[in-house]
Write a protein that binds this ligand. Sequence first.
Ligand code: AMP
Ligand code: GLY
Length: 423
Amino acid sequence: MNILVLGSGGREHTFAYKIAQSKLCNKLFVAPGNAGTAGIATNIDISVTDFMAIKDVVLRESIDMVVVGPEDPLVQGISDFFTKDDQLKNVIVIGPSKEGAQLEGSKEYAKEFLFRHNIPTAAYQSFTATTVEEGKQFLETLQAPYVLKADGLAAGKGVLILEDIQEAKAELENMLTNKKFGAASEKVVIEEFLDGIELSVFVLTDGKNYVTLPTAKDYKRIGEGDTGLNTGGMGAISPVPFADDTFMAKIENQVIKPTVDGLAKENIDYKGFIFIGLIKVGDDPKVIEYNVRMGDPETEVVLPRIKTDLVTLFKHVGDQSLDTIDIELDPRSATTVMTVSGGYPEAYDKGKEITGIDTITDSIVFQAGTKIDGDKVVTNGGRVIAITSLDEDFRIALQKSYQSVEKLNFDKMYYRKDLGFDL
Ligand code: AMP
Ligand code: GLY
């Protein structure tokens, strides 16, 4: 098969790495890709939301399968674009329809779905510019901290957690009236605060059947001890040590199964990943969000633990036969440490030479914000390279990742040295 991966991060390098190992893969393309994907696939310099340019590539290169990395093309309807086009309708797209992608594209849609299917989640109400005053009154009925969520996609920045009620009211006003997050905050979901420890579960579904993929935990804050600004993710560990069999059975019965059954019951065309953000409250899982794609950097620890051929799994997604395959996982732990450009997640420089990549032998190097510049690899984003290691003990895997990271170098390179501190 000829396969196209859409995206340019560490997640997409990881997809390309696994797909390139498959006997079923003939030619592999990544659009737009990075310096890492250039080493194992052909990069094509087009945008992930330029559907016409993607169509041209798919026809020109006889692509049989498209794996969609980020959420934007999904929320904009890339999957429907393929199914509605006579020339493209037989291409397998790994990623849900526009309707299914609303689970990530609209917080209110996700909450309504969760409540319709009795899936445990925080209590909530949603408000718009015309109901700001009602929103403030609703805040009065809650206890601190206050959770405000912009309804739409806000590049991971749309959730505010505030201790002070006056500040919460002011931010609500800011989001709704002053459009703090643009169109994404024309509607705001106010949610009950859930106190507990976070984890994520990943599911691959064909819309009827599913396989549960490894769990993972990411480290979102820039600073050690989970302090400072939110980032896309500074590292991840899989599996999550506290997600034992009893807890996983609850997640399966109370969350995963009703989610997939709910999609099927509502006739929502969904062939792809579901990334479920959970908080463990006491002994019980509660959903805080759905994403309709894999996470980054979670992919860098989840995919290396999947032993089953990834393209085979995707083919079963394509013909809705995931019930006929058992997934085999590597029981070892995987860890990834993300190196970032100094200044990230605020302003940072690009174009800095990266050295040491080829000297890393005990870990897998997944490139994110990198590009080729002449005979050099240079930085091209905030998150630059993720270093993944495997071991029976996650602490030793982490040590390996840290030893490998020390072999890398670029101007103002930064990474968190405390991953796993909370486990
Ligand atoms: P989300 O984009 O919905 O995942 O929210 C971003 C982050 O906010 C999550 O990773 C949690 O740390 C936190 N969060 C979201 N919803 C809640 C909630 N109801 N209670 C406590 N923390 C939350
Ligand atoms: N690491 C979080 C995400 O991909 O959304």
